[in-house]
Design a protein around this ligand. Structure first.
Ligand SMILES: Cc1cc2nc3c(=O)[nH]c(=O)nc-3n(C[C@H](O)[C@H](O)[C@H](O)COP(=O)(O)O)c2cc1C
Length: 345
């Protein structure tokens, strides 16, 4: 195991005593510094790679970093050095915004879970695009786009179009986030009529941009786990009709059933980690059975081990992503997942 993966269990109790958001900022800074000294790969016996071709892109392996961890695209090279085959940066909005008042990120260690109501704090898409234009990594980079908190839903399509246009030149794929629970009304965009008009506009713009850039870049949609069967069917129908390139399932949940009685249960926001694992796998399964067979799914939600990643792949995902698992397990999770996948399903 790499030096950094061995160090994490020693540092974790200290990090967990720190405010969650400060710990996140501190570790990202340290990771960037460690990377500049070549320390992230130190002691890392070559991680087993199982390259895959999905979405017309060559991924060095199936494991990605989920959106929200690197909202500003400040450490893409460092994440790749930890072993991630792809990194999804963002969510990025057209204009920079500070997000919700702090505190807005909470740990529930008893449940290996997090609750966050960050509210798309980000430096704005143009700042991230500038950074990404200088990137030096083999890893695939996805850019996750959203709308500003003060853009009314009637005008949301304009924000997503701005995001798509800005990101198109530097992204390998674009993820359309309509499933965060922390921007008022955002998840209403998942309603059949709203999603149809949003995605029609984005698909038209995608074709235009493909001509302009001489390259087609896939546009994926990231969905919530809190969808009823009829809503899943309606979404899949629209995705098939409009030939959406892929689906990311799932975002965080607003359901608190798994953490009832916990002192932080009532904190507003999205719950992630172990409590969302089963539901996210169910949503993947449901979409797999409804989507056109060639439409890939990125599975995310509660992956804490190689076995959890395999569950998502068996449920029908072609790629997987982690967020909370990395907080609770550390960089050793990357090796665990890559080894399991290399040994086969
Ligand atoms: C603190 C935090 C911030 C997040 N921010 C975003 C975001 O900006 N955009 C997004 O699409 N998903 C965001 N997510 C959701 C994750 O990408 C992921 O879909 C979700 O946490 C489930 O995966 P996990 O159980 O591995 O954490 C965030 C999650 C957390 C915990």
């Amino acid at each position: 195991m790499s030096l950094i993966a061995n160090l994490y269990p020693v540092m974790k109790p200290w990090l967990f005593r720190m405010d969650a958001e400060r710990a996140h900022e501190w570790t990202t800074r340290m990771m960037r510094m460690a990377h500049s000294f070549g320390l992230l790969t130190l002691g890392q016996e070559r991680l087993p790679q199982t390259p895959v071709e999905v979405l017309g892109l060559k991924f060095p392996n199936v494991l990605g970093l989920a959106a929200g961890m690197d909202k500003s695209a400040s450490a893409v090279e460092a994440w790749a050095a930890l072993g991630f085959g792809f990194v999804e940066v963002g969510t990025l909005t057209p204009r920079p915004q500070p997000g919700n008042p702090k505190p807005r990120l909470f740990r529930l260690p008893e449940h290996e879970a997090l609750i966050n109501r960050m509210g798309f704090n980000n430096p704005g898409i143009h700042s991230a695009v500038q950074r990404l234009s200088k990137r030096r990594t083999q890893a695939v980079v996805g850019v996750n786009i959203g709308k500003n908190f003060d853009t009314p839903n009637e005008d949301a399509v304009q924000d997503y179009l701005k995001g798509l246009k800005a990101a198109y030149g530097v992204a390998d794929y674009i993820a359309v986030n309509i499933s965060s629970p922390n921007t008022k009304g955002l998840r209403d965009l998942q309603a059949e009529d709203s999603i149809r008009s949003l995605l029609s506009a984005l698909k038209t713009e995608q074709s235009r941009l493909a001509q302009e850039h001489g390259k087609m870049k896939p546009v994926l949609v990231k969905i919530a786990p809190d969808l009823e069967e009829a809503q899943i069917e309606a979404l899949a129908r629209v995705f098939n009709e409009l030939a959406v390139d892929g689906v990311i399932a799932t975002n965080t949940t607003i359901n608190r059933a798994a953490v009832v009685g916990h002192p932080l249960e009532q904190e507003a926001g999205g719950l992630s980690g172990a409590p969302v694992k089963v539901r996210s796998t169910q949503v993947i399964q449901a979409f797999r059975s409804l989507l056109n067979p060639g439409t890939p799914i990125i599975g995310v939600g509660g992956i804490f081990s190689g076995a959890d990643a395999q569950d998502k792949l068996r449920a029908g995902a072609q790629l997987v992503q982690v967020y909370s698992g990395l907080i609770y397990r550390g960089p050793g999770l990357v090796q665990d997942v890559l080894e399991k996948v290399a040994r086969g399903l």
